[in-house]
Each structure stands twice: as structure tokens, then as C-alpha cells.
Design a protein around this ligand. Structure first.
Ligand code: NAD
Length: 331
């Protein structure tokens, strides 16, 4: 059974190939992304394996199905890039890896906050230039400050527990709160606006849905405490970039740490160092001293890659045999 793997990077090859071992799956790796234009490359395969910036809209899914594909195995948790109603209509099974390692993403969130707050990104460059001045590197104690968690799902809960470990007060908003967990970990659920008003650090862990699109816009940013920091390791479109740039320029927002970006598709995961950057808002973000950006790498730990590969290969095998997929992985 052959599977076409799109947007395949060296680490995808390594971990997926290791997970296949002697199982009856043959992987064909493509470095380019899966879109309606590239979907024909999967002709004759039974399944495709896709990632976060592949665009599985209706035309793409229809082309896949016409070429014989029956199963789309996402090697990620988020599925906002798949037109699920269209997939159902067309008769394509879609699976994902819902929970490979919440620790990987939550720990990267903490890494971003620590680096931004203590200006590690600037200090690293200075020391390499033998500039040992500390001017402009003043941070704040996280102990005793308030962290707001938006979305207490798998990742948000681990992030909350980590921030509690720093001695922070943790407040949270989730339309489906978990009171027992909150009580156990000393987390307080508050209405969304109250979380905004209370937070020194606001950490986003909600999925991208029509309701969460631009959850952080000019209105919500204005409700944050002056000088608050936003960290986003969830999905780029949760933040209205224009509004956030404005708040950074006026100094209302104290800092921004992002692992995801509204227009990251076609940019993140690629080496574009020889090209002229076309995204003016991204260019603006790059020159703020209080903005720290990583290119969607929060998931990138050995443990997460191993688990993503294990679940993906298991579902590819099950799909080819007509067996039920692993629990909670079918969409
Ligand atoms: P999850 O489904 O376990 O939890 C999401 C939580 O958000 C749920 O509790 C849900 O009730 C809540 N939620 C829904 N709408 C909300 C709203 N309007 N406001 C606040 N909360 C809301 O998801 P997860 O596995 O914890 O993933 C969280 C986010 O992290 C997702 O956006 C996912 O795509 C992203 N993610 C990013 C990376 C990365 O590498 N950067 C890796 C994995 C996941």
C-alpha cells in the first residue's frame, strides 16, 4: 500500500520511515505542499499524509479522490486546513494525531515567554559581538504575576501547570471549563474579558475556528493591561496581525512571542533566505526588539515526532485493511 507524503522534511522522512519498519506501507515523499495544484501527484496511491500548511480544500480533496485516494492522514493535531464537510461528501476518511505531546508545545510556549521576558534573543547576539552591556535587557519576575490561558485543552492545561510552577497566578478562559482540574492545580476560570484584564502574560491555546479567528484584535488588545505580553503557539489566525503591530508601536502591548503567524502558509518550513521577503507585516514584526518569532517548531521534539509517526503509520495500515482507526483519531 502506497502513501504520498506531502511537505516532507528530513525529520519527517526519518521518523516516518522508522515507524514503518517492516509494516506493509510504502511511503513516497514529496517536498512540496499538498494543494489542488499538486494533488495529482498522489494519483494511484491509496492514502496521503499531510501537514499543517497543506491546503485540503474541496478542489484538492476532489482531485485526490478522483486519483484513487481514500484516506487523508494528517500528521498534526489541528485540522483547520481541511474542508471536512467536503471530505465526508466525497467519501474520504480523514485522521489526525490529536495528542502526540502536549509537553512539546507547552514547553516551547514557556521557552518563548522566558526568552522574550529576559531578552535572551538580544543578549545572545550581544555577547557574540562582545557587547556585554545590559542596557535594555530588564525583564520582570514571573513569580507573583498573572498568566492568562485561553483554551484549557491538552496543551493549555500543561502550559497552565508550568506557569503555576513559576509561582504565577493562573487564570483561564475556556467555553468548556474543567473545574476539577482547575481546583487541583490552583487555576481560576474567569470570563474572557476578565482574563484579558488580569493577565501580565496571555497565552493562546485554542483551536482555529470561525469563533476564534482574530480572537485577538484591536478591541481585545485594548482590554489587556498596558505592557502585557502575548504568546501564541496555537494558530496564527487567532491574532489580527495589523492590530497587534499597532499596539506594539504605541507601546500598549509589551511584547509578542509567536510560533505561528497569520500568513505563514508558503513561508514557514521553507528556507527562503535567498529571496526577498514579500510580507510587509511580517517584516515589520521582525524589527521590533520585543517580538520573538519561531517558525512553527513548538511540536518539534523527538518524542512528539516519534508519536506522530507511530499513530500515522498505524492508521495508514488500519485504513488499508478496512479496520477501525485508532480511538479519537478519525475526524
Ligand atoms: P485541544 O482540542 O485539546 O484543546 C483546545 C481547547 O480550546 C478546548 O478545551 C476547547 O474547549 C478550547 N476552546 C475552543 N474554543 C475556544 C475559545 N473561543 N476560547 C477559548 N478556548 C476555546 O487542542 P490542543 O491539542 O490543546 O491544541 C491547542 C492549539 O495548539 C490548537 O490551535 C492546535 O492547532 C495548536 N497546536 C500547535 C502546535 C505547534 O507546533 N505550534 C502543535 C500542536 C497543536
Amino acid at each position: 500500500m502506497t502513501t504520498a507524503v506531502f511537505d516532507a522534511k528530513p525529520y519527517d522522512r526519518d521518523y516516518l520511515t522508522a515507524a514503518v519498519a517492516d509494516r506493509p506501507v510504502q511511503l513516497v515523499f514529496h517536498e512540496f505542499r499538498l494543494t489542488a495544484d499538486t494533488a495529482r501527484m498522489a494519483d494511484g496511491t491509496r492514502s496521503v499524509c499531510a501537514f499543517v500548511n497543506d491546503r485540503l480544500d474541496r478542489p484538492c480533496l476532489a482531485t485526490l479522490a478522483a486519483g484513487g485516494v481514500r484516506h487523508v492522514a494528517l500528521r498534526c493535531a489541528g485540522f483547520n486546513n481541511v474542508d471536512l464537510p467536503a471530505a465526508r461528501e466525497i467519501g474520504l476518511a480523514v485522521t489526525r494525531v490529536p495528542a502526540y505531546s502536549p509537553y512539546a508545545v507547552a514547553e516551547h510556549t514557556a521557552a518563548l515567554v522566558l526568552a522574550l521576558n529576559r531578552r535572551i534573543h538580544r543578549a545572545f547576539n550581544r555577547v557574540r559581538e562582545q557587547n556585554f552591556s545590559l542596557a535594555g535587557l530588564v525583564g520582570f519576575d514571573m513569580h507573583g504575576k498573572t498568566c492568562g490561558i485561553v483554551g484549557t485543552g491538552r496543551i493549555g492545561r500543561v502550559a497552565a501547570e508550568i506557569f503555576r510552577g513559576f509561582g504565577m497566578r493562573v487564570v483561564a478562559y475556556d467555553p468548556l471549563p474543567l473545574p476539577e482540574w482547575a481546583l487541583r492545580h490552583g487555576v481560576e476560570y474567569l470570563p474572557f474579558d476578565d482574563v484579558l484584564a488580569a493577565s501580565d502574560i496571555l497565552s493562546l491555546h485554542a483551536p482555529l475556528t470561525p469563533e476564534t479567528h482574530h480572537l485577538i484584535d484591536a478591541a481585545t488588545v485594548s482590554r489587556l493591561k498596558p505592557g502585557a505580553i502575548i504568546v501564541n503557539t496555537s494558530r496564527g489566525k487567532l491574532i489580527d496581525t495589523t492590530a497587534v503591530i499597532d499596539a506594539l508601536k504605541h507601546g500598549h502591548l509589551g511584547g509578542l512571542a509567536i510560533d505561528v503567524y497569520e500568513e505563514e502558509e508558503g513561508m514557514f518550513f521553507e528556507d527562503l533566505s535567498d529571496t526577498v521577503l514579500q510580507d510587509d507585516e511580517f517584516s515589520r514584526l521582525l524589527v521590533f526588539p520585543n517580538v520573538l518569532i519561531t517558525a512553527h517548531q513548538a511540536f518539534l521534539t523527538r518524542e512528539a515526532l516519534g508519536e506522530i509517526a507511530r499513530v500515522t503509520v498505524e492508521n495508514l495500515v488500519r485504513g488499508s485493511r478496512g479496520e477501525p482507526f485508532l480511538p479519537d483519531t478519525a475526524l
